[in-house]
Design a protein around this ligand. Structure first.
Ligand SMILES: *[C@@H]1O[C@H](CO)[C@@H](O)[C@H](O)[C@H]1NC(C)=O
Ligand SMILES: *[C@@H]1O[C@H](CO)[C@@H](O)[C@H](O)[C@H]1NC(C)=O
Ligand SMILES: *[C@@H]1O[C@H](CO)[C@@H](O)[C@H](O)[C@H]1NC(C)=O
Length: 172
C-alpha cells in the first residue's frame, strides 16, 4: 500500500468510527455505575430507600457495592425475601470476595438486594427500580412512532455533523 493510500485508509477508519460514535450518542446513553449508598457505601444503618429515590437507574447501568469484605455480602433476592429479610433461596450471589462487587441491571424491572447474616434487619437492603432509557425525553409529548420529534431532529443534526466530518476528513 502506498503512503497516500495508507493515509486515506486511516482517514476513512477515523471517519467511520467518529460517525458511529456520534450516532450512538444521538440514540443511546453511556451506562452509569451507581455506587450503592453513595459516600455511605454498603453498611448497616443507612437508609437505602432515600438513596435509591435520588438516582435514576436505566437498563445497562451497573450497581457498585463497596463494603467491608470481612463483615458483609450482597445477595439478589425476590420482593418477598427483601421485605422479610430472608437470605435463604436467594436469586444471585453477587459477593466475589474483594468487598467490591458490580452488578449489571439488564432488565427494566425492580431488583432487590440484601446482606445476609442478619445485617438486613439493620437496614442493609436496597430496592432498585430499573427503567428503559428513552432517547431525548422532552417535556412536550409530541411523539412519532415512540420517538420524540426533538429526538429525531437531534438524530438528523447528528447525522449532518457526521456526514460533514466525513467529507472534511476525506477532502484533506
Ligand atoms: C427512609 O427514607 C424513606 C424515603 O425518604 C422514608 O420514607 C423512610 O421512612 C425512611 N426509613 C427510615 C427507617 O428512616
Ligand atoms: C421468593 O424467594 C423465596 C426464597 O427462595 C421463596 O420461598 C418464595 O417463594 C419466592 N417468592 C416468589 C413470589 O417468588
Ligand atoms: C457467595 O459467593 C462467595 C464467593 O464465591 C462465597 O464465598 C460465599 O460463601 C457465597 N455466599 C453465599 C451466601 O452463598
Amino acid at each position: 500500500m502506498s503512503r497516500s493510500g495508507g493515509v486515506v485508509w486511516l482517514k476513512t477508519v477515523v471517519a467511520v468510527v467518529s460517525t458511529a460514535a456520534l450516532l450512538t450518542y444521538a440514540v443511546c446513553r453511556p451506562p452509569v455505575r451507581h455506587q450503592v449508598g453513595g459516600k455511605d457505601r454498603w453498611k448497616p444503618n443507612v437508609n437505602y430507600t432515600d438513596w435509591s429515590l435520588q438516582e435514576t437507574f436505566y437498563v445497562g447501568d451497573w450497581l457498585y457495592f463497596v463494603y467491608d469484605k470481612h463483615m458483609f455480602n450482597v445477595l439478589e433476592v425476590n420482593e418477598t425475601s427483601f421485605i422479610n429479610c430472608n437470605d435463604q433461596g436467594f436469586i444471585f450471589n453477587i459477593t466475589r470476595g474483594a468487598g467490591r462487587d458490580v452488578f449489571e441491571l439488564t432488565q427494566p424491572k425492580p431488583y432487590y438486594f440484601l446482606a445476609s447474616g442478619g445485617y438486613c434487619y439493620n437496614g442493609m437492603k436496597v430496592a432498585i427500580n430499573v427503567v428503559e432509557f428513552v432517547p431525548a425525553p422532552q417535556p412536550s409529548p409530541a411523539t412519532s412512532g415512540g420517538y420524540t420529534i426533538t429526538g429525531i431532529n437531534q438524530l438528523i443534526s447528528s447525522i449532518t455533523v457526521a456526514v460533514w466530518a466525513v467529507i472534511t476528513l476525506l477532502k484533506n
